[in-house]
Design a binder for this molecule. Structure first.
Ligand code: SF4
Ligand code: FES
Length: 343
């Protein structure tokens, strides 16, 4: 029997306020439930299903299920974890997610949640859908290949920016994000880089080209591996991509503003996935993150592909004089017109 205005989550009582969902109450109590389409600034949507929990024996989405007394909720059980992993595996094959080649790798919420949930391999056959990339906007790129149709940008544009730049069209496998513009192109829409919609995408589908809305700061693509959002700590500590948004359009008191004030610190109260052991004290020399920073060898070998060892001058072979190379034409090195247009 739980106290009034408490429900049980994995055996722990969680307090809630009337009107809160299981997700709201869990996050407020410092308990992380994996999620993608949830954003506390926006109305619940329930589209990604990654937040699945079992409430009184029934699978529900924690972000839409109202909290209630006497609910027995399971989140970190093997059965629920297996469900989440299967949902994530479906999300990965539905789009074209090529993490090693993605500018968002390391700062992508889909990737971070997959790591958190222990999804380390594919399971289903890839769909390989053909989806359009839209690089027509000077400040924001839309790559539909990575879109998980969470509609965070749709809701942010409608409810926070008052613009309705985005919508989802089609059904099932043909669903796609569309843009409100006569041409359908982002560059012809009313989207501004300072819009909240430009900063809520949990994956690399909607990416500002610049950081902090500063037109002179084009480092949005250039945060190196090892310094990206989830490179050193799990998402349960770091929090959502949108929490770390630095758009000047995000007002004081917003989630983004709170995150900015806490930048560099783990999101408050989000425990690591397994257990509640405190983080170990840093040693005098911090251990490198093995995946990203291998231990330097005493004398690093040159990488043969990049730093070939100097060869001795080859002996000239009589009768095989080296031919002089033709001068490259001025157009040869220039990118094609179509590529330039896209960039
Ligand atoms: S572009 Fe990003 S925020 Fe918008 S629906 Fe797709 S994944 Fe969600
Ligand atoms: S976070 Fe609950 S359904 Fe997406």
């Amino acid at each position: 029997m739980t106290e009034p205005n408490h429900f049980m989550l994995d055996g722990e009582p969680i307090p809630f306020q009337p009107g809160q969902t299981i997700m709201d109450a869990a996050l407020a109590a410092g308990v992380y439930i994996p999620h993608l389409c949830h954003n506390p600034e926006l109305a619940p949507h329930g589209s990604c299903r990654v937040c699945v929990v079992r409430a009184n024996g029934r699978e529900v989405s924690a972000c839409t299920m109202p909290a209630a007394a006497n609910l027995e909720v399971e989140s970190e059980t093997e059965a629920v974890r297996a469900l989440r992993v299967a949902i994530l595996q479906m999300l990965f094959v539905e789009g074209n997610h090529v993490c090693p080649a993605c500018e968002r790798s390391g700062a992508c919420q889909l990737q971070a949640v997959a790591y958190y949930c222990g999804m380390l391999e594919p399971r289903f056959t890839q769909f390989f859908p053909r989806r359009a990339l839209d690089a027509s906007h000077p400040d924001v790129v839309l790559d539909r290949n990575r879109c998980i149709l969470c509609e965070l940008c749709v809701r942010a544009s409608r409810d926070l920016d008052g613009k309705r730049v985005f919508a989802v069209s089609g059904r099932g496998i043909d669903s796609r994000l569309i843009v409100d513009a006569p041409t359908g192109r982002l560059g012809d829409s009313r989207l501004a880089v300072t819009d909240r919609a430009a900063h809520v995408c949990p994956v690399g589908a909607l990416m500002p080209r610049q950081r902090a809305g500063d037109p002179d700061d084009r480092r949005g693509y250039r945060v190196p591996i090892g310094e990206r959002l989830y490179d050193r700590e799990p998402i349960s500590r770091v929090g959502d991509v949108a929490l770390h948004d630095r758009s000047p359009g995000a007002g004081a008191g917003s989630h983004a503003e709170s995150a900015r004030q806490g930048a560099g610190r783990p999101a408050a109260g989000f425990p690591p996935r397994y257990g509640s052991e405190p983080e170990p004290e840093p040693k005098s020399k911090p251990a490198p993150v093995s995946r990203l920073e291998p231990e330097p060898k005493s004398e690093p070998e040159p990488v043969s592909r990049l730093e070939p060892k100097p060869k001795s001058e080859p002996e000239p072979v009589p009768g095989l004089e080296p031919q002089s190379k033709p001068e490259p034409s001025p157009d040869a090195a220039a990118p094609s017109a179509s590529v330039r247009e896209d960039l």
